[in-house]
Ligand binder design. Structure first.
Ligand code: MBD
Ligand code: FE
Length: 249
């Protein structure tokens, strides 16, 4: 028995009841809502549906307790067990011609001292906006990896350049956003990060690319320009310089 589970569950139920009363929800509408959830379950989109609407709220709560770099939404497509990588993520043979980026930066503590041996899980989508190990049968080793910081807290790793990204919109989540709510299902192109280091608080973050029109019109409420990286190139390769300042554990 958990008081917290009980209290939060009852508060959720009461909040939903208030909404139903406010809008005089009918039995038919109630049944339609249940039907939508059943479809979402059948399409395995419950993580997607919840993250579209609620992931950003967990982030907001978590960020009240952080003095260092702020967290960003994680999305539903992190997977355990990505390979350790050195200078590049694995690139699919069919993506060899895609433009490249280099991800680099420094991990420090709140005082600015380097954090060596931090492990940064990075993951991003394919050019068609799909994630390995999740969609279709893209092998999980592509566009995911664990990068380790050196003795100066620095990391550097290459990959292809992500592009603006549409969350899977052929299922019930897309139907809700587009057809029933008149919105869209786009997100800015993004890189996901999950930084782990001994004695430090984990940090889940993201980076966006300056110039992307979905940064401030994100179907997932992804934090906007706070996570935008200025446009810079080195030998024609987009440089994504992102530093992480970690709170203590
Ligand atoms: C994603 O790739 C994502 O990053 C988020 C936040 C939601 C859905 C899909
Ligand atoms: Fe994502």
């Amino acid at each position: 028995m958990s008081d917290r589970v009980k209290t939060i569950t009852m508060d959720i139920v009461e909040a939903v009841r208030d909404v139903m009363r406010k809008h005089d929800v009918t039995f038919a509408e109630y049944r339609a809502g249940v039907g939508h959830l059943i479809k979402t379950q059948e399409a395995k989109e419950i993580p997607l549906l919840l993250d579209v609407f609620l992931n950003s709220t967990v982030v907001e709560i978590e960020n009240r307790q952080r003095d260092g770099s702020k967290a960003a939404i994680q999305g539903p497509y992190f997977r355990e067990g990505a390979p350790r990588v050195n200078d590049s993520l694995a690139i699919r043979p069919e993506d060899e011609d895609q433009p490249r980026m280099v991800m680099r930066g420094r991990v420090t503590d709140l005082g600015g001292s380097p954090v060596a041996d931090a492990v940064i899980d990075v993951w991003h989508s394919t050019p068609e906006g799909r994630y390995s190990g999740v969609h279709g049968n893209i092998p999980i080793e592509y566009y995911r990896g664990k990068i380790t910081t050196d003795e100066n807290g620095r990391y550097e790793c290459r990959s292809i350049l992500p592009v603006p990204y549409q969350i899977p919109n052929q299922g019930p989540t897309g139907e809700l956003l587009e057809k029933h709510m008149g919105g869209h299902s786009w997100r800015p192109a993004h890189i996901h990060y999950w930084v782990h280091a001994e004695g430090m608080r984990d940090l889940i973050s993201q980076a966006y690319f300056e110039g992307d029109k979905y940064i401030e019109d994100d179907s997932c409420n992804g934090g906007g320009t706070e996570f935008m990286v200025p446009e810079a190139y080195e030998d024609g390769v987009r440089v994504m310089e992102v530093d992480f300042r970690l709170d203590p554990a």
